[in-house]
Write a protein that binds this ligand. Structure first.
Ligand code: ADP
Ligand code: MG
Length: 676
């Protein structure tokens, strides 16, 4: 048997059963070995029967005394009773329906039982326990994720057979010197012990090694992409001063903004292409950084393309950049789906001729057919849509232009290193002076009317407001559909105001129209779903009510409330929730206490783990089987330094000793990382 073999080479697996394994993502013997247990049953430390505590899970080691005759209660219900004992006392075992389990217990033989104990001080019972023969060598038994038709026992037996395949192969992707240095057990040992641990210590060793492997391979992949993306650029820029730009601004830049601009300018001045992320909380002023970089490129005779995820954001960036840059002599254009064909052609013609210095548009438009005279800088406003792969493949237009990514999702450092491992990072960790922190309150539905009255007062003063609802269709219990919600308040509480509705299922031109109306204050109150999350700037909006706030992650709530507090007025965010569990209250409290997105994301990550934190695979990272990035900071650091060491010796991972590692990298990223 070989690791690459299909699983039906394992005895006992035919075509039909193989299909069940396929459902679990298991196709080869190796896949099976990497189908890790989701937990373990630990039979290592039995206690005397009479020392067990009723209503607690316990492990006891007993000899079977007597098997009573099965009691047929009714069709489909048979009860089997067995008595057993150890030196301290006896226990009654009750088994429902499982003839198999009943038959497997033999009188006078010893077994270890695992289960919930019931009874009283003098008398112990256990119902349908997990059972292990006392002479079984593996006292810690794996519990696997299953699918219909497969049982734990089947998997255990099959995995044991598969483990034999390891004996036939030298299976060790990591060169020995790195294992020794980092105190790691061999892969063969680790795979055996992740399934059938000799003891808890062996299990820990096994886990450490397997976590390490995943993180190392991930890190290697990210580094390969990163090194590759720092290719030679044809757009080396001179270190020209940008003072005129600074002077033209109506405000003083924050130190964090200045630092970020310096870092970008420093990159563009090198002869490898910039590949940098500017990360900053909502409202931290990322756009000015983008404008400064565009100006720097312009001074050097290069054009800039800025890509936004939606039309409305593109339009907004266009306005902003125009305001900053046109007074300095730059020509800025906007290219979106709603630009008429005639205008599009005209704009494109002028771009090729170099008459426009900055082009702002949606991703699709700028990436596909647009050509530039001399493109030197590509800026993407990603908001929170990451994508390692997309970034790696991004535009090879022009002469290897510099690339700048802007993201408004503050993420903890450990995670940033992973997700943005292929980028250099600048952090804007300071808000412009004079910003008033958004006042945030969590209330129950009983106070909704008061929240409405407060909102009306603000509207009467000429301000605008948002109400955010979690979902668009009716269905789940008491979640109000946005449509119904909007209808209701627009005919009742807010009948004297202009109420608009915005949700994700609307066609995008309609969405843009509504957003524009709101921006132009043709709408006072906007009822919406999370579609407003993407950075639309309406400085006049000062209130946001968020319904069913418990449904959202903290970081998401923080992003949402970033839609208010963007102007000179004091802003408010009211979180409405009827979920008054301690957990939920504590979570929301964090938001009232701080406006610091980084702190919030740390908390969020702690509470939810990285999977939920980003939603399903939104982070664009390959999915990891065992390594939980939030908990494995130390392993992550070790993996990072090890990856560095390996690459410093073999920067494309092409040496023979690293061939297995290279294969793992390609597998994890689901495709070959193209380094040519
Ligand atoms: P974000 O980082 O969320 O994209 P923006 O770039 O949209 O933030 O900036 C938010 C607002 O703050 C804009 O109106 C912008 O003009 C303003 N702003 C940016 N930097 C400063 C600064 N240093 N001082 C004052 N206002 C600033
Ligand atoms: Mg922005």
């Amino acid at each position: 048997m070989k690791l690459e073999d299909k699983i039906n080479v394992i005895s006992g697996i035919g075509t039909k059963r193989a299909e069940m394994y396929n459902k679990l993502g298991i196709f080869t013997v190796k896949d099976l070995l990497y189908h890790f247990p989701r937990g373990y049953l630990d039979y290592t430390s039995p206690v005397p029967v009479m020392e067990t505590k009723p209503d607690e899970n316990s492990v006891v080691c007993v000899r079977i005394d007597k098997k009573m005759r099965p009691a047929f209660i009714r069709k489909g219900m048979t009860i089997y009773r067995v008595t057993a004992s150890d030196e301290s006392g006896t226990i009654l075992i009750t088994i429902y329906n499982s003839e198999y389990l009943y038959n497997s217990l033999e009188t006078d033989k010893e077994y270890i039982l695992y289960g919930k104990i019931t009874g009283n001080l003098l008398h112990r019972e256990i119902t349908s326990p997990y059972v292990l023969k006392a002479d079984e060598e593996c006292k810690i038994q794996p519990v696997y994720p299953l699918t219909e038709g497969l049982t734990q026992q089947m998997l255990r037996v099959t995995v044991k057979k598969a483990l034999k395949a390891l004996d036939n192969e030298i299976f060790e992707p990591i060169p020995k010197k790195y294992l020794l240095k980092n105190n790691l057990s061999s892969l063969v040992y680790s795979l055996s012990n992740i399934h059938f641990p000799k003891d808890t210590e062996a299990l820990t060793l096994a886990k450490n090694r397997l976590v390490f492997d995943e993180l190392l391979v991930l890190q290697l992949g990210m580094s390969l992409i990163k090194n590759h993306s720092h290719t030679e650029t044809g757009c080396v820029m001179k270190n020209l001063p940008v003072d005129e730009f600074y002077k033209s601004l109506p405000f003083e830049l924050t130190n964090a903004q200045k630092r970020s601009i310096d870092e970008c300018v420093g990159d563009m001045h090198k002869n490898t292409s910039m590949n940098r992320l500017v990360q900053g909380d909502v409202g931290s002023g990322k756009t000015v950084v983008a404008a400064a970089c565009s100006y720097f490129a312009y001074k050097n005779g290069y054009q800039t393309a800025l890509m936004a995820p939606t039309e409305i954001l593109a339009a907004q960036h266009y306005e902003t950049l125009k305001n900053f840059l046109e007074p300095l002599g730059l020509n800025v254009c906007l290219l979106t789906g709603s630009t008429t064909i005639k205008n599009k052609n005209e704009i494109k013609r002028r771009l090729v001729e170099g008459k426009y210095h900055v082009a702002v548009g949606t991703h699709a438009l700028i990436q596909s057919t647009t050509e530039f005279e001399n493109l030197g800088l590509v800026i993407t406003d990603e908001q929170h849509r990451f994508g390692v792969e997309q970034r790696a493949l991004l535009s090879n237009k022009g002469n290897n232009p510099h690339r700048l990514v802007m993201s408004a999702t503050p993420i903890p450092r450990t995670l940033a290193l992973m997700i943005y491992g292929d980028l250099d990072i600048s952090v804007i960790d300071e808000l412009p002076k004079g910003r008033k922190p958004i006042m945030t309150y969590a209330v129950t539905g009983k106070l909704r009317e008061r929240a409405y009255s407060f909102t009306k007062e603000q509207l009467d003063e000429g301000r605008q407001a948002y109400v955010v609802c979690p979902m668009i269709e009716e269905g789940e219990l008491d979640l109000k559909s946005v449509e119904k919600y909007a209808k209701e308040i627009s005919t009742k509480q807010f009948k004297n105001y202009r109420v608009g509705l915005l949700h994700g299922k609307m066609p995008s031109d309609k969405k843009d129209k509504i957003m524009l109306d709101f921006k132009e204050h043709k709408i006072d109150l906007l009822v919406c779903t999370t579609v407003v999350e993407v950075g639309v700037d309406v400085a006049n909006a000062t209130v946001m009510i968020i319904e069913n706030a418990e449904r959202f992650g903290l970081s998401q709530l923080h992003q949402l409330r970033g839609r208010v507090g963007r102007g000179e007025y004091q802003s408010h965010c009211i979180l409405v929730t009827d979920n008054v569990t301690e957990d939920s209250k504590n979570r929301l409290k964090i938001l009232s206490k701080t406006n610091d997105g980084f702190r919030i994301s740390e908390e969020d990550l702690k509470l939810r783990g990285p999977g939920d934190f980003f939603g399903q695979r939104q982070h664009g990272l390959p999915s990891l089987k065992i390594a939980d990035m939030a908990e494995n900071t130390k392993a992550l650091n070790i993996a990072q330094s090890c990856a560095k060491e390996i690459l410093s010796d073999d920067n494309k991972l092409s040496k023979n000793e690293n061939s297995q590692l290279r294969k793992l990298v390609d597998e994890l990223f689901d495709k070959k990382i193209d380094l040519n």
